[in-house]
Design a protein around this ligand. Sequence first.
Ligand SMILES: Cc1ncc(COP(=O)(O)O)c(C=O)c1O
Length: 353
Amino acid sequence: MIHAPDLEEVFPRIPLGTFPTPVTRLDLPGVAGDLWVKRDDRSGDEYGGNKVRKLEFLLAVARREGAGRVVTAGALGSHHALATTVYGHRLGFGVSLVLCPQKVTDEVRHVLKLEVDRGAEIRIVPRMELIPPALVLQRILRRRERPYVIPPGGSNAAGTLGYVRAALELLDQVDAGELPLPDTIHVACGTMGTAVGLAVGLSLRKVPTRVKAVRVVGTLVANERGLKRLARDTLQAMSGLAPTLPSVNEVLARLELRHDQVGPGYAKPTAHAREAMTRFGRAGLELDPTYTAKTAAGLLSSLEEGGKPSGAQLYWHTLSHGLPEALAGALPAEVPEGVRRVLEPGAERVDDR
Ligand SMILES: Cc1ncc(COP(=O)(O)O)c(C=O)c1O
């Protein structure tokens, strides 16, 4: 039987987080059923959330390839960009970020300031479509540091292995009697690595658990073809782990991409998500409107679909948690004008997105 440490035989990993993350019962007032939560918001002492598991593998590949710098991309307030900065900086990598505009909120400013505090080199491009050429340019400009490029969201095969490992960790908790084997796992789906990794990990152990991946982004970012490609790449990266690995079809058979909770689009609130925030809040679990509240709304709607669910339901809590304090004082001189405009009081938006 394959266990979490076995993955390190075929792929390097640098421990960064605090694992296993706890599993607890989820008591939602007025909701019947056997509900559980996996607390990946507690995955890191400095900064938790679903990025830590991915970065353990991504930064290990960067180190193995002799990179002195990691380069990644996202929206202005991207927690993936921040997590890459926090953990990349901790391991001594230079960090370059290519960021595209989003509505500037206090949280976005805070995330950006934490990146500046850790010396990340930040370039803001006017539109999301300009991220790929900007990444290529960074790679060329920084070639002496052999930069390793991490895709937005950290969802290549290496990053996805973080969630293969997470599924194996969960199954070890099931074996230890901490929770029953879930019938279904409900998880947020953005760049797909979290959901695909879980489905691959469950397939390795051949348990019947299914994954409902709640799409919270546009179909350009998360779609069935993308799930298939990422499942195939991840399985390929694991070849050598066992004489027989599951097939891509076995992985996809347990993985459903749910399209019914995204509403008007990424980061646009929905009434169901607001209601889920209130109900989960009463049970002591803080949700964010962009990812986790829509996922929780998906779980609540599955409970209402077709009568009673057949078994234990697990909500995987991916929320980034525990933002460190930002440094006080003036911005360093090298901070570019675009970043300065966002961080200085009075900035509303970088564009109309
Ligand atoms: C809180 C939260 N949940 C889920 C996700 C999505 O994970 P993935 O990109 O692996 O689908 C993200 C991605 O940024 C996130 O911030």
